[in-house]
Design a protein around this ligand. Sequence first.
Ligand SMILES: NC(=O)c1ccc[n+]([C@@H]2O[C@H](COP(=O)([O-])OP(=O)(O)OC[C@H]3O[C@@H](n4cnc5c(N)ncnc54)[C@H](O)[C@@H]3O)[C@@H](O)[C@H]2O)c1
Length: 257
Amino acid sequence: MAGRLTNKVAIITGGGSGIGRASAELFAREGAAVGVLDVRAEAAEETAAAIRAAGGRALGLGADVTNDAQVRAATDAVIAEFGDVAILYNNAGIGSTGAVDVAEEDDWDRCFNINAKGTFLCSRAVVPSMLKAGRGSIINQGSVAALVGVANFAAYCAAKGAVVALTRSMSIDLAPRGIRVNAIAPGTIYTPLMEPMLIARGGGDLQKGLEMTLTKYPIGRLGDVGDIANAALFLASDEAAFVTGSTLTADGGMTSI
Ligand SMILES: NC(=O)c1ccc[n+]([C@@H]2O[C@H](COP(=O)([O-])OP(=O)(O)OC[C@H]3O[C@@H](n4cnc5c(N)ncnc54)[C@H](O)[C@@H]3O)[C@@H](O)[C@H]2O)c1
C-alpha cells in the first residue's frame, strides 16, 4: 500500500544512517516530503539524494540535535522548502556502554544530551509548525533498554527511559491540540550504533556478542531497520489516529521473556 503519507511533510533526525535512513526512504515512498537531519551533513544529503533519485522529495540538512540554533535553522529550512511539518521522528541517538561504577561522566552527559535533550529541542522547534496546521504526529525513538534492565548499558538505559517518560508527558500536553506523541522501543538491530555495544557484550568479540544477544529473542532473529521503519510509518500515518502516549515495542518478543 503506497501513499499513506501523501501530502505530508516529515522531519527525521539521524536520517543519515540505520533506522533513520530506512525510515526516511520509506516515508518518501509513502508520499511524504522528508527533511533529513543528521549531525553528519554529508550523510543527511546522501539519504536525501537517494530519495530524490528514486523520484521522491527530500532535503538533507546538517544539524546537531543538541544545538538549538542548528535545530531551529534546519526546521525553518524544511518549512520554507515543503511547508508545515506533520511528522517528526526523533530518531537521532547514540549508544553508551558501561555499568554505573565505571561509566564516564562525559559519556553519560553526551548520551543524555543526544537521546533525551535532542528529543526535547527538536520537538520544541517543530511543534509550532504542527499547531499551525492543527495536527501532527511525533515519534520518539526509545529502546527496549528503557523497559528492561540491560547489563553494562547504564547511561543508555537511563537516557532511553527519559525518552519514554517524556513521550507520555508530551502526549498529554499535546493531545488536546491535535498532536499525537508515541515512542518506539526497538529491540536489537545491527547498525553502526549497535556494533560497539555488541562487541562490549561479547567481551571484545562481535560474533559472540551477536550470539549472546540472539538468545534473548524468542522470534529467533535480530531486527532489521525495515522492521522499525514500518512501526514508525504506522505511528506517523492516520491509521494510528487514536494512538497517543504509547510505547510500541518492536522487539521480536525480547521484553516478554
Ligand atoms: N540499533 C539498535 O539496536 C537500536 C535499538 C533500540 C533503539 N535504537 C535507537 O534507534 C536510533 C537510531 O539508531 P541506529 O541504530 O539507526 O544508529 P545509527 O548509528 O545507524 O544512526 C544514528 C544516526 O544519528 C546521527 N546522530 C548522532 N548524533 C547526532 C546528533 N547529535 N544530532 C543529529 N544526528 C546525530 C548519526 O550521525 C547517525 O547517522 C537511536 O536513537 C538508537 O538509540 C537502536
